[in-house]
Ligand binder design. Structure first.
Ligand code: SAH
Length: 228
């Protein structure tokens, strides 16, 4: 017990109180799914950041993670997760097989791992892929498999019931859409560096997709090729 208290004191700005305050902000901004709020409380975001930024981990901000990339803002992580799981209220793992494009430091993948039997996440920058691997290992998260590669070249035999893009393409590549199962859902920022919309695409069947615009967002762009 003393150990717990000492640890909390040491963590200071990363304590449970600080996390609870973030949850209040997220609820004020409209995040209402308790499962998602609890996930953001329980996954320690400060562990995904460099020490110099850890004290800001529970502010509702995107922050730099190196290689000109950012960890997404908690509100956006919460919103995208909430949308993906909203249809399934009563099962413990609402998603079966999830694909994330743009692992970054692995934070969104860690959140998704709580809601999906299996998560596959792909990253084009080797050093971030490695960082994510060590972050997920530290947290003993075992149902995420990380792939180093360019999602534009992604060819999986696997089909997914949910796909989340953490980087913005100008248009969602056909190849990625076609790896959804019928009834599967993809959430993505779509647009250029000036204007992007968060869109939810539901696959009805091979030829028919339903598109819904959620809100305006700003993500890093989805880029070609890998940095090894
Ligand atoms: N999911 C992260 C956000 C990372 S930012 C989080 O939890 O905070 C988006 C990431 O997408 C960057 O790391 C970037 O390198 C990656 N990315 C961009 N284009 C990509 C592509 N074609 N294939 C794979 N990853 C890509």
């Amino acid at each position: 017990m003393v150990g717990e208290i000492e640890k909390d004191r040491g963590l200071g700005m990363t304590s449970m109180r600080t996390r609870e305050r973030l949850l209040e902000r997220l609820s004020e901004k409209g995040i209402s799914d308790v499962r998602v709020l609890e996930a953001l409380r329980d996954i320690p975001r400060h562990l995904f950041l460099d020490e110099a930024l850890a004290s800001r981990a529970y502010e509702d901000l995107s922050l730099p993670i190196g290689n000109q990339q950012t960890i997404s803002q908690p509100y956006i992580v919460a919103r995208m997760t909430e949308i993906l799981i909203q249809e399934e209220r009563f099962t413990q793992k609402p998603l079966k097989n999830t694909l994330e494009i743009g692992t970054g430091c692995g934070y969104q993948a860690a959140i998704l791992s709580l809601f999906s039997n299996k998560v596959t996440s792909i990253e084009r920058i080797r050093s971030l892929h490695d960082k994510a691997k060590s972050n997920l290992d530290k947290l003993k998260i075992r149902n995420v498999s990380l792939i180093f590669g360019d999602a534009y070249d992604f060819l999986e035999e696997d089909k997914f019931d949910s796909i989340l893009l953490a980087a913005a393409p100008e248009e969602v590549p056909e190849k990625i859409l076609s790896s959804l199962i019928n009834g599967g859902r993809l959430i993505a920022p779509v647009g250029n560096n000036k204007k992007q919309d968060l869109v939810l695409i539901t696959k009805i069947d091979k030829e028919n997709y339903k598109h819904e615009r959620i809100e305006e967002v700003l993500f890093v762009p989805m880029l070609d090729g890998v940095i090894d």
